[in-house]
Design a protein around this ligand. Structure first.
Ligand SMILES: [Zn+2]
Length: 360
């Protein structure tokens, strides 16, 4: 049985953007590099998802360039897997804006160059039509809102350009709030909540119908959103803290709050957010994703689990490898006892419901 898979998070635009080597991959040719291109998406049944626009830190001499959830410096090779990444500093607005524009161009060019095979989607009806017609649906998503000014003027323009989802912070601080550090083991309760500008950003997103993603936000910020937002709570790419004590994962109380608002958690395939020992090693079983799926299902129900791969921004379990390997994950979930109805929800229906409730 093939399921259309809609996905909560990828860093494919950034991955294409940051290529330096001679043999650059494109979005349209099947490659061995990275995780998503159109042929591999088709092969694996990936019908669309949130395409993150993340602004890496400005290049510094000897600095490790960051991808989104995969850090050259975050090798957990100590015996117990513990690590802590130095927290990234805030970005200059002008730099972030310039970078955001260049990424927007790259995304829009994928759409135009695709000859109708890839579409930037703004409504759930458009996503449904994409799924029906075998067109890959891209949601324009910001991972960290550094390209938006304190007066939120840019937000309205980005919305008109198609922006439908944003995380106010990545794992660093900005004028809107404070991200969780990449730290294991660690509580997500690190630092203060949303700033006043962050609260205004949330209200504006609620009004416009832009999804407000909680995945990189610290716990106080999470509870600020919980008390102020009128939309379902969503963490696009996070796992269960009870099973892997990374600061990037969600506590039981946070999971309960997501359930209470009819929201959703996108399961993240990054090995460092799955394993009990927090180790970032490829030799990790697909069963780790299943383990988090079962835990979250047991706690809050299958209406509140979806997929949030972190493709092209993180380290995948070897048996998954890339988007073409998605059927292996669906199979593993099925073997673990998820029914056909559960799998329909987890692979795409829950995302469509939450987007429909959020965007309208
Ligand atoms: Zn991320």
């Amino acid at each position: 049985m093939n399921y259309p898979i809609f996905d909560g998070h990828n860093d494919t635009i950034l991955s294409l953007h940051m290529q330096k080597d001679e043999n650059k991959r494109t979005f349209f040719d099947k490659s061995e590099k990275g995780h998503i291109d159109l042929p591999r998406a088709r092969e694996g049944g990936l019908v669309g998802g949130f395409f993150a626009h993340f602004i890496p830190n400005p290049p510094k001499k000897d600095a490790n360039q960051m991808s989104s959830d995969n850090f050259p410096g975050a090798k957990s090779d100590s015996a117990d897997g513990a690590y802590e990444m130095p927290k990234a500093v805030g970005l200059p607005y002008e730099y972030a804006t310039r970078y955001a524009m260049s990424m927007a161009k790259r995304m829009l060019k994928i759409e135009t160059d695709s000859g109708g095979e890839v579409k930037l989607v703004r409504t759930v009806a458009e996503i449904e039509s994409c799924i029906k017609n075998n067109v890959l649906a891209m949601i324009y998503h910001f991972e960290g809102a550094e390209m938006i000014d304190e007066d939120l003027n840019a937000l309205y323009l980005f919305y008109q350009a198609g922006l439908r989802s944003l995380g106010p912070v990545w794992s660093r601080d900005n004028i809107f709030g404070h991200g969780v550090p990449f730290k294991f083991p660690s509580t997500p309760d690190v630092g203060p909540g949303l700033t006043d500008a962050g609260k205004r950003l949330l209200r504006a997103c609620n009004e416009l119908g832009i999804l407000f993603d909680l995945s990189h936000l610290n716990e106080k910020g999470f509870w600020d959103v919980e008390s102020l937002s009128n939309a379902p709570l969503v963490a696009t790419h996070s796992n269960a803290h009870a099973l892997c004590q990374s600061a990037r994962n969600l506590t039981d109380k946070q999971l309960d709050a997501i359930q209470a608002t009819n929201g959703v958690v996108g399961l993240n395939y990054h090995v460092g957010f799955l394993r009990e020992d927090g180790k970032i090693v490829r030799d990790t079983s697909l069963g780790e994703i299943v383990r988090h799926g079962l835990y979250i299902a047991d706690r809050i129900g299958t209406d509140h689990i979806a997929l949030g791969s972190d493709f092209d921004g993180a380290v995948m379990p070897a048996d998954l490898k890339d988007a073409a390997g998605l059927p292996n994950l669906v199979e593993a979930l099925s073997v673990a006892g998820f029914t056909h109805d559960d799998l329909q929800k987890i692979t795409h229906q829950n995302w469509l419901r939450v987007l429909s409730d959020t965007w309208s």
